[in-house]
Design a protein. Structure first.
Length: 460
C-alpha cells in the first residue's frame, strides 16, 4: 500500500470522510507551524537585543545583515523545497531507494554551495551591503554581523536538506524537535555572546552560526539513524544518474530564480525604506518581523500541502490531490484571519517590547495597519507555493514570481516614487508590498488546472 492510499476513496468508490482529511492536515501542519514559529521568535529576539543597544544603527545593521543572509541562504532554499517535493513523491510511490538518492544528491550540492560561499565571502558581503544602502554606522554593524555568521554556511544549507527530507517523509514531529533545538541553542547563544561576552552585533551573528553547526550535527545523526534498512549500498551510477540529475538541476534552477525574485522584492523594499532615514528603516525592520512571523506560521499549512500533494502525485491520486488543496487552503485562510486579528489588537504592545527608542516606536505604529492587513492578502500565495513545490511544477512557480516582482516594482514606483520620496512615502511602499503578495496568489491560481490535468485518472 502506498503512502497516499490511507485517505483515498474506498474500494466501494465512496470518498474518505472530510473529517479524516482535516485531522490528517492538522496532524501534519500543527507540528510544522510550531517548528516554523520558533524561527521568527528567534528573529524577534535578535531584533529585541539589537533594538536595546545604543542606537538605531545596531538594529539597522542586523536588518541589513539578515537581508544579506536571506539572499545567501534562502536564495538556496531550493535545497529544502526541492528535497521535500522529490522525497514526498518517492514516499508516495513507495520508492525508498529514490528517496535516499535524492537526499544524498542534495547534501552534496549543499556542501558544494557552502564551500563556494565561504571562498567568496568578502566580495559577497561588501557588495551586498553597499547595494542595500543605509548610513555608514548601519553598514559597519551589518559587516560585523555577516562576518561572524557566514562561517556556518555549509551547515546552514545542509540543514535545509535535512528539513526537506523530514517534511517529505511526513516526520513532522521530528522536524519540530530539530527546529526547536536549533533555535533554542541560538537564543541561548545570543544572550551569552552579547550580554556576557559583550560581542555586540557580531555576537548575534556568531550565535546563529553556532546553532546552525550544532543543528547539522543532530540532523546528520537523524539521517543515519533513520536510513532505509535492507537497501544495498548506494551505487555511484544511481547517485549520478543522468535523468535524475537533469531533473534536479531543472527544479533547483526554477526555485532559485523564484526565490531570488522574492528576496529581490524585500531588498527593494528595504532599499526604498532606507532612503527615508534610519528610523523608518528600523521601523520597517520591526514590522517585517510581523510579516515573517505570519509567513512562518502559515507556511506550516503550505508545508503540509507539499507533503500531501507530493504523495498524491507519487501515487497518481487525483482525489487525494484535490482534498489536500481544499483542506490546507481552508485552514490557511483561518490562520490568516487569526494573525490579522492579533496584529490589530496587540501590535502596539509587540512593538513596545521590540524597541525602547521613541522615534522607531512612533514610526512603526504609523504603518502597523499595513502589517495587520498583510496576512489576509498574502495567504493565497503562501499556500499555493506549497502546492506547486509538492507537485515539483517549479517552472510555473518561477514564472509566477517573475511576473509578481515586475508588478511590485511598478507598484512601488507608482505609490512610493522611484526613490521612496513620493507623497505617500512609506505608506505607498507598504501598499506596493501588499500588491505584490496579491499578485503571487493570483498568478499561481491560474496554473493549478495544469497540475490537475497532469495527474492522470483517479484510482478505482
Amino acid at each position: 500500500m502506498n503512502a497516499a492510499s490511507h485517505d483515498t476513496p474506498s474500494s466501494s468508490g465512496a470518498p474518505a470522510l472530510p473529517v479524516r482529511w482535516h485531522r490528517r492536515v492538522l496532524a501534519l501542519a500543527f507540528p510544522i507551524v510550531l517548528a516554523n514559529l520558533t524561527q521568527p521568535i528567534l528573529g524577534a529576539v535578535d531584533t529585541a537585543v539589537a533594538g536595546h543597544l545604543a542606537n538605531a544603527s545596531y538594529l539597522g545593521g542586523v536588518a541589513l545583515g539578515g537581508l544579506f543572509f536571506n539572499f545567501v541562504f534562502w536564495g538556496f532554499g531550493f535545497l529544502r523545497m526541492g528535497t521535500t517535493g522529490l522525497v514526498a513523491q518517492a514516499f508516495g510511490a513507495g520508492d525508498r531507494a529514490g528517496a535516499r538518492s535524492n537526499v544524498v544528491r542534495a547534501l552534496l550540492l549543499a556542501f558544494a554551495i557552502g564551500a563556494i560561499v565561504l571562498a567568496a565571502q568578502t566580495p559577497l558581503i561588501e557588495y551586498a551591503i553597499r547595494a542595500l544602502g543605509g548610513s555608514a554606522a548601519v553598514q559597519q554593524n551589518a559587516r560585523a554581523y555577516c562576518g561572524a555568521r557566514i562561517w556556518a554556511a555549509p551547515f546552514a544549507l545542509a540543514n535545509y536538506v535535512v528539513l526537506g527530507w523530514l517534511l517529505g517523509t511526513q516526520r513532522v514531529r521530528i522536524a519540530l524537535i530539530t527546529q526547536v533545538l536549533i533555535n533554542t541553542v541560538n537564543i541561548a547563544a545570543v544572550l551569552l555572546y552579547v550580554y556576557r561576552f559583550d560581542w555586540g552585533v557580531a555576537g548575534i551573528g556568531a550565535a546563529t552560526a553556532t546553532a546552525d553547526t550544532l543543528g547539522f550535527a543532530f540532523g546528520a545523526w537523524l539521517l543515519w539513524r533513520m536510513r532505509p534498512q535492507g537497501l544495498p549500498a548506494i551505487a555511484r551510477s544511481e547517485l549520478f544518474d543522468g535523468a535524475a540529475l537533469k531533473r534536479l538541476i531543472a527544479i533547483n534552477r526554477d526555485i532559485f530564480v523564484r526565490t531570488l525574485c522574492l528576496l529581490s522584492s524585500y531588498a527593494w523594499f528595504t532599499h526604498l525604506g532606507a532612503r527615508q532615514g534610519d528610523a523608518t528603516l528600523a521601523a520597517n525592520a520591526l514590522l517585517l518581523n510581523f510579516q515573517t512571523f505570519m509567513s512562518y506560521g502559515l507556511d506550516g499549512f503550505a508545508h503540509a500541502a507539499e507533503a500531501l500533494v507530493g504523495a498524491a502525485l507519487g501515487a497518481r491520486d487525483r482525489h487525494a490531490f484535490r482534498r489536500a488543496v481544499q483542506v490546507t487552503l481552508l485552514w490557511s485562510a483561518l490562520g490568516a484571519l487569526a494573525f490579522s486579528f492579533v496584529y490589530w489588537i496587540a501590535g502596539g504592545w509587540v512593538i513596545a517590547q521590540l524597541t525602547d527608542q521613541p522615534a522607531v516606536r512612533e514610526s512603526a505604529m504609523t504603518y502597523l495597519g499595513w502589517a495587520a492587513l498583510s496576512p489576509i492578502v498574502s495567504v493565497w500565495g503562501f499556500l499555493l507555493d506549497g502546492v506547486f513545490i509538492g507537485a515539483t511544477r517549479t517552472r510555473e512557480l518561477m514564472m509566477s514570481m517573475v511576473v509578481s516582482l515586475a508588478v511590485f516594482i511598478a507598484a512601488s514606483w507608482a505609490f512610493a516614487g522611484a526613490w521612496g520620496n513620493h507623497a505617500w512615502g512609506n505608506h505607498g511602499l507598504w501598499a506596493a508590498l501588499l500588491v505584490f503578495m496579491a499578485a503571487r496568489g493570483i498568478t499561481l491560481a491560474r496554473y493549478v488546472p495544469r497540475i490537475v490535468h497532469g495527474i492522470g485518472t483517479e484510482p478505482a
